[in-house]
Design a protein around this ligand. Structure first.
Ligand SMILES: Nc1nc2c(ncn2[C@@H]2O[C@H](COP(=O)(O)OP(=O)(O)OP(=O)(O)O)[C@@H](O)[C@H]2O)c(=O)[nH]1
Ligand SMILES: [Mg+2]
Length: 190
């Protein structure tokens, strides 16, 4: 049998917006409220079936803090999809999306960023003090290339999984993001 195609997906966004938490949530049901900042990059592979075809999703989690810039940028090349992540309780992380997009396009050598499959994630939906509305985020996506937008909560997702769990020690079967989908104005994806 032929090897399943590899899809490289990279998570970018300010330090602390929850990139590592989202990646951890995708693999196990763990949520750590005292997670340490990532240094450099980490990745994991996940086998998926999309429309009847097996693919290997290779998720790259990067360090968002400015001081780690030179450690993360060499890993942008060859990405098939870029997840631009901000936190809905942090307006600055939302304002920085344009910078993340530019940084990615430059180091990944993307010729036409508006045609590249970026997906925008607004994380920490569970936090009550929201600074960025869903409408603001959707507007940014519309004006910057029509990127799909999903609201997420690494924390709430894990809570729900644990609540639904009957106590068996099992792995989470995470939702998959449909990269073909053009826009999803009201979608939430935990
Ligand atoms: N309330 C809440 N807290 C979250 C959520 N996701 C992450 N956090 C918390 O936010 C903090 C930062 O999360 P990380 O996943 O380390 O953030 P990061 O984007 O990987 O940060 P860097 O590695 O520095 O780039 C941690 O204390 C997490 O527990 C969420 O959905 N809700
Ligand atoms: Mg991290």
């Amino acid at each position: 049998m032929s090897k399943s195609p590899l899809l490289k997906v990279i998570l970018l966004g300010d330090g602390g917006v929850g990139k590592s938490s989202l990646m951890n949530r995708y693999v196990t049901s763990k949520f750590d409220s005292h997670l340490l900042h990532t240094i450099g990059v980490e990745f994991l592979n996940k086998e998926l079936e999309v429309d009847g075809r097996r693919v290997t999703l290779q998720i790259w989690d990067t360090a968002g803090q400015e001081r780690f810039r030179s450690l993360r940028t060499p890993f942008y090349r060859g990405s098939d999809c870029c997840l631009l992540t901000f936190s809905v309780d942090d307006g600055q992380s939302f304002s920085n999306l344009s910078n993340w997009k530019k940084e990615f396009a430059y180091y990944a050598d993307v010729k036409d960023p508006d045609r590249f499959p970026f997906v925008v994630l607004g994380n920490k939906l569970d936090v009550p003090e929201r600074q960025v509305s869903g409408e603001d985020a959707r507007q940014w996506c519309r004006e910057n290339g029509g990127h799909p937008y999903f609201e997420t909560s690494a924390k709430e997702a894990v809570r729900r999984v644990l609540a639904a769990d009957d106590g068996a020690d099992r792995l989470v079967h995470a939702n998959t993001v449909n990269l073909q989908r053009k826009s999803a104005p009201d979608s939430t994806c935990c």
